[in-house]
Design a protein around this ligand. Structure first.
Ligand code: PAF
Length: 284
């Protein structure tokens, strides 16, 4: 695996490649990321991963400084998965001057759900992703693989690609789960053993919410809010601090209307367990 630290090194590593398949990450890789890399291997003539902890997508009180940097282990895992090129820029290489031009995603999509609780998050994600796309895929076009666990991020990136007519095909990678159902996430590493055991309550709450939704097909905002309130209450009673547990349309993440068929919805949740904020989703 070739490790490129600068845009120039990356350009040299990609010379002659016609269709890179790209997996952007912030490192601290787990089997969910590795599954995305394996998927990418089937989608291009060169598999590229990036590791960059992007300051622009963290709020001041969030975990930018403490975000685990596990470069040696990440390199070994990427190499074993058959990644061809790793782009791992230092901050000064990706942002050689202050990044004063920013992408402003459509608030109708980016200010909901995650965006409501992490203002500016998707602007920071889009800004770095646009820049990474330009560097990795800009010369040839290509494919980028994003995990479905970050459901809203996937939608926001798809919209950005569409709105800016970027030469990028965005492909979704299925969420990888531990045997007990917890979605794999870099932040699972923050959980104490007791919290790790409790963490399965989030996917369970989403599954119950999805089942109750399918059984009752609530059409009014009041009926929808009642089902969501029940799910929130269940998690709160177990000591969680949920931000949201909700069912939305897959297409735009707005609340479903009576004409939205089952099979076109997704249950999404975010909740804090101790100091760790977990997110998950389940299509329904
Ligand atoms: O999903 C992530 O790890 C990040 O948001 C991404 C897409 C690598 C941008 O920093």
């Amino acid at each position: 695996m070739h490790i490129a630290r600068t845009p120039d090194e990356l350009r040299a590593a990609l010379a002659g490649r016609q269709h890179p398949a790209f997996v952007p990450t912030m490192g601290n890789l787990h089997d969910g990321h590795i599954a995305l890399v394996r998927q990418a291997r089937t989608l291009g003539d060169c598999t590229v991963a990036s590791i960059f902890v992007n300051r622009l997508q963290f709020l001041p009180h969030e975990d930018f400084d403490s975000y685990p940097r596990t470069f040696a282990a990440d390199c070994a895992a990427l190499e074993a998965a058959g990644c061809d090129v790793l782009f791992a820029p230092r901050e000064a290489d990706l942002y050689p001057e202050p990044q004063t031009f920013r992408v402003q995603p459509d608030p109708a999509l980016a200010d909901l759900l995650e965006g409501r609780f992490r203002p500016g998050f998707f602007g920071g994600v889009c800004t770095v992703v646009l820049k990474l796309f330009a560097l990795v895929l800009g010369r040839t076009g290509g494919t980028a693989v994003f995990g479905q666990k970050d459901y809203q991020q996937l939608l926001v990136v798809r919209r950005m690609v569409q709105q800016f007519a970027l030469p990028v095909q965005v492909v979704a990678g299925a969420t990888q789960r531990a045997p007990d159902g917890l979605a794999l996430s870099s932040r699972n590493g923050y959980l104490s053993p007791a919290e790790r055991a409790e963490a399965t309550a989030l996917p369970q709450a989403l599954a119950r919410l999805a089942t109750a939704w399918a059984a009752t097909a609530p059409a009014t905002p009041e009926a929808q809010a009642a089902l969501e309130a029940e799910a929130l209450h269940t998690l709160r009673a177990r000591g969680w601090e949920p931000d949201y547990l909700t069912v939305r349309r897959r297409s735009d993440l707005l609340p479903p209307t009576a004409s939205d068929a089952p099979g076109s919805l997704v249950a999404l949740g975010a909740a804090k367990l101790g100091r760790t904020r977990l997110i998950d989703n389940l299509e329904c």
